[in-house]
Design a protein. Structure first.
Lengths: 450, 179
């Protein structure tokens, strides 16, 4: 076992890890409450806008035919994409034994669940009359009316509810031993609450042996699931005949974009946490380096997909495909397309430099640009494609109103409020897995064997 | 069952813990359990040496298979029940016997999702059942330090052998031995 920490402060001991995590759960300062207030206000605005839309009707939002999917489905796909990095880190990197994942996976998993919870709101907001949302599920009813299982939208319901359930199970199973550690290190009412949530976990080997096996199995189940979810989301588009959508490229294209944006969001959340919680011993330069490299690689792959998309449009010789692309590149929404190319293809190239990958400021700026780029990618897939399909009399321009803009901005607040709440009540650094990666305490170094 | 004593040795180091377990196993004590702050492979190696792997995987397998079967039952049955033709695809009972139609491929997607869902939930049930969760009161021998930075070796043995167990634990390097 090589020494994990090369910092002059020395390797943290097991007790240091518990203490450092426990420290993040003390009563937070004014900065935290200030952020909570700002985010809370934005969220209140979003809720108000949604209420308004329910009150007035769907006309309150700017979406009109032909662009009924507009910003809501754009944001839905965006948030599902963000939700990919967490399970990728916790499942795929676990199976590949990539040890650098240990200090970031907990926050990334929490991010996943909150992102999927945010995404899940959009089909309800978008469809209107969300009190009939249960129509999506296959349930027995008196007319024996069942969902059409040949519809990609029904596949989506299954894919996303499975993804949310399995990610939540994975997350909670990972949390239980950590909550047990918190229970045994805290006092008073906190201790009582943690004791309830820890389910009486004790960390005996007779528990660990099942736990380890189960965790591996969860990872094995979650790995194909991660790849399937965004593939299924992409089929919502690819199964339709709309020019610009009807392509077999879509599944890998969406999965890659999801990982790309997900990692950017992980950095946006982790860099401030590293700074404010003083976690430099756990989230080290090599972690930033690894994440920077992943963003760079997925960004290059995405660029390749963009080139393929343009090439196949030209090569197909299909008039409507070519006309749709030409319109996207040159007309009303061209600014969004070129912004997307800049943010997703050009900006990440900075990360070829090692100095850039190790600089939190550069990483932060690139991550924000990537998030903007990836939101606009979904916008560019949905809005211009629908606005310029086959028939000229079916063309249209979408202009958002205050209502749908506030709902979309509010969704970010909803996500951040969940995340901010989480980091103050639950360990956002995995106590157990960090201990697992540290060199264990050994008395007789000569006989240790490592 | 005859009365048994539970002896606990508290250790600060993983190598002394492993030594104590080795020693106990050599002396014929098999009812040994180890508490550790994290699942460490050093401990796993000595305890798992001659044991079958955890049965959790059986739960996963059964859950996954249940998911696949129930997904196909649900999709095929509901399609037969509500005979909707979309995109020229349909599925219906053939009057001459069997099922006619061409809409099976999309059902594999539902089958995959339900395999993962049921497999995952069954794994969770397996874990909860096999690890005996939830526990309402701590097991004899548990100490709050075990989730922080100490290791515990517990031995269940007849009272007359308690002294020998204490001696083994102490010799291996336990910080503290108690019953």
């Amino acid at each position: 076992v090589s020494t994990v920490v090369q910092r002059p402060t020395g390797t943290p001991s097991f007790a240091d890890v518990t203490r450092d995590v426990l420290r993040t759960l003390t009563t937070p300062g004014n900065l935290y409450f200030g952020w909570m207030c700002i985010v809370g206000l934005i969220l209140a605005g979003g809720i108000l806008a949604w209420t308004w839309q329910i009150w007035i009707g769907m006309g309150a939002a700017g979406k009109r035919t032909p662009q009924m999917w507009a910003m809501y489905i754009t944001s839905f796909v965006f948030w599902i994409g963000i939700g990919h990095a967490g399970t990728l880190i916790s499942a795929i990197l676990y199976l590949f034994r990539a040890r650098w994942r240990t200090s970031i996976f907990r926050a990334a998993e929490a991010m996943t669940i909150f992102a999927v919870m945010t995404a899940g709101l959009f089909p309800l907001i978008h469809a209107g009359r969300m009190w009939f949302a249960y129509f999506l599920l296959p349930y027995p009813n008196q007319r024996e009316l069942w969902p059409n299982f040949r519809s990609p939208l029904v596949w989506d319901v299954f894919a996303i509810s499975t993804y949310l359930s399995i990610s939540t199970v994975f997350f909670i199973v990972g949390l239980v031993p950590d909550i047990a550690a918190l229970r045994d290190s805290s006092t008073g009412w906190r201790r009582r609450i943690y004791a309830m949530l820890a389910l009486g976990w004790e960390g005996s080997h007779s528990q660990w042996r099942h736990y380890r096996r189960a965790y591996g199995l969860f990872a094995a189940l979650a790995t194909p699931l991660v790849l399937s979810v965004h593939s299924v989301v992409s089929w919502d588009f690819a199964m339709a005949l709309v020019p610009g959508w009807h392509s077999t490229l879509f599944a890998p294209f969406f999965v890659d974009g999801a990982i790309f944006s997900g990692f950017a969001m992980v950095l946006v959340l982790m860099l401030p946490m590293r700074h404010y919680f003083g976690w430099h011993a756990y989230i080290q330069d090599k972690h930033l380096d690894a994440m920077g490299k992943l963003i760079l690689v997925t960004g290059l792959v995405l660029t390749y997909f963009y080139v393929c998309e343009i090439f196949t449009t030209w090569y197909s010789g299909d008039h409507f495909e070519k006309a749709s692309l030409f319109w996207k590149v040159t007309d009303t929404y061209a600014w969004a397309l070129w912004l997307m190319y800049f943010c997703n293809c050009v900006a990440p190239l900075v990360l070829f430099s090692r100095r850039a990958r190790l600089s939190p400021t550069v990483l932060y700026i690139v991550s924000i640009l990537v998030l903007i780029g990836m939101w606009f990618e979904r916008f560019n897939i949905i809005v211009p494609s629908l606005g310029h399909a086959f028939y000229p009399y079916g063309w249209g321009i979408y202009v958002p109103t205050i209502t749908d803009s506030m709902i979309v901005i509010g969704s970010f607040a909803w996500f951040f409020i969940l995340f901010l709440g989480f980091i103050r009540v639950m360990p956002s650094l995995s106590i157990v897995e960090v201990k697992e990666t540290l060199p264990p305490p050994v008395r007789d170094h000569g006989h240790g064997g490592h | 069952m005859a009365a048994t004593d539970t002896i606990v040795g508290i250790f600060a180091h993983v190598d002394t813990t492993v030594r104590a377990v080795e020693e106990l196993k050599a002396k014929g004590y098999h009812d040994v359990d180890v508490y550790s702050p994290a699942p460490l492979h050093e401990i796993e190696e000595v305890l798992e040496r001659d044991r079958p792997v955890s049965r959790v995987r059986l739960f996963t397998l059964l859950g996954g298979l249940t998911g696949i079967v129930s997904a196909f039952l649900l999709t095929i049955w509901t399609t037969l029940e509500w005979g909707l033709v979309t995109g020229g695809k349909y599925l219906q009972l053939d009057p001459e016997g069997g099922i006619a139609g061409s809409s099976l491929p999309p059902f594999f997607i539902i089958a995959f999702e339900l395999m993962v869902l049921f497999g995952g939930v069954a794994t969770l049930i397996g874990l909860v059942a096999l690890a005996r969760l939830p526990r309402l009161r701590p097991s004899p021998g548990f100490d709050p330090r075990f989730t922080n930075d100490r290791f515990g070796v517990t031995v269940h043995c007849p009272p007359e052998r308690a002294a020998s167990v204490r001696q083994i634990l102490g010799a291996a390097g336990a910080e503290e031995v108690r019953a």
